[in-house]
Design a protein around this ligand. Structure first.
Ligand SMILES: Nc1ncnc2c1ncn2[C@@H]1O[C@H](COP(=O)(O)OP(=O)(O)OP(=O)(O)O)[C@@H](O)[C@H]1O
Ligand SMILES: [Mg+2]
Length: 308
């Protein structure tokens, strides 16, 4: 549905995107991650046809959005800047877009969105007087008012309170699940991305460093790790000595009253448990450690930084 091929963008002598390729399939929630200045917003602006690439192309439904006005109707956009009209009310902002897109049952639709985003009681206030988070919520409502097929969100949760962040997350999941909306999400909220995205790409200095599902990345970038809690904290040192001689352990270190062990293969955890018991150690708990997307992200980004 979205196809980005060999995208390169230079601003004067600065190369901001360098041969970026990926695709987003229908119904997917795609998380586009990367450090500040990596080129995420630039990529999104090129896909939307707001910026011309230096080389390569970005197509949606096989077409260039910059050259196809008609397709814009099927796209919802929330950019870094809210782009709201500050001198008119929240209701009037939504009404303006609803009319522009020829939305049917306009009043009901607007009221529902205002209710959902918690802005109903402020609907007649001028947007210029809204807080940052309130503007963000309104901009999100505006982005989906015409039931687009594809939604582009550039850091939708930035500046939102925890409850509103959950609202955004649930909304994206609902739109994807019930309306089969395809979502392109630029985000720094790795917990949010981990919870909702079917696939992610990590962009760093204009190049894609990882592109896969979170689970596959986890498998590729993290080694099987277990945490062992001993009933008697004084036995930690003894355990560390014993463990350091085992060939199926690549690393072990103390962690509070327990030990974190990195195994060469995940199947070895039961062998490890038997070994500890045979040595007379009282194991209170042994549990597998699942790395978060944040761990994986930091590993990829830091590895790349140290390579450069
Ligand atoms: N119009 C422009 N002219 C010159 N340089 C630009 C322009 N727009 C973006 N850049 C540069 O392109 C690079 C990537 O910017 P971009 O906004 O795409 O990053 P980003 O990944 O969205 O970062 P953030 O996470 O901070 O939003 C930056 O170095 C920025 O200075
Ligand atoms: Mg950005």
């Amino acid at each position: 549905m979205i196809e980005v091929r060999n995208l390169t963008k230079r601003f004067k002598d600065r190369t901001v995107l360098n041969g970026v390729s990926f695709q987003v399939n229908e119904g997917e929630i795609f998380g586009y991650l990367g450090p500040n200045g990596a080129g995420k917003t630039t990529t999104m602006r090129i896909i939307l046809g707001l910026l011309k690439p230096t080389a390569g192309n970005a197509l949606v439904w096989g077409q260039n959005l910059g050259e196809n006005e008609g397709l814009r109707r099927r796209i919802g956009v929330l950019l870094e800047h809210d782009g709201l009209y500050e001198r008119i009310s929240a209701y009037e902002n939504l009404d303006y877009y609803a009319q522009l897109y020829g939305v049917s049952s306009r009043v009901e639709k607007i009221e529902n969105l205002l209710e959902f985003t918690g802005l109903s009681d402020r609907k007649d206030d001028k947007v210029g007087k809204f807080s940052k988070g309130m503007k963000r919520k309104l901009a999100l409502a505006r982005a989906i008012i015409h039931d687009p097929d594809v939604l582009f969100l550039d850091e939708p949760s930035a500046g939102l309170d925890p409850e509103a962040q959950i609202m955004v997350r649930d909304l994206i999941l609902r739109l994807s699940g019930e309306e089969r909306m395809t979502v392109f999400l630029n985000s720094h909220d790795l917990d949010e991305v981990q919870r909702i995205c079917s696939k992610i790409a990590i962009l760093q200095r204009g190049e894609i460093k990882a592109y896969d599902t979170v689970d596959n990345l986890r498998g590729r970038y993290t080694k099987p790790t277990v945490e062992i809690a001993l009933s008697d904290g004084r036995e930690v040192e003894k355990a560390l000595n014993l463990l350091s001689s085992l060939n199926y352990i690549s690393e072990c270190k103390q962690h509070n009253d327990g030990i974190t062990v990195t195994l060469t293969e995940s199947e070895m955890s039961s062998t490890l448990l038997s070994f500890l018991v045979e040595q007379g150690l009282k194991v209170e708990e042994i549990k597998r450690v699942t790395k978060s997307l944040e761990d994986i992200y930091l590993e990829i980004v830091r590895r790349e930084e140290s390579n450069e």
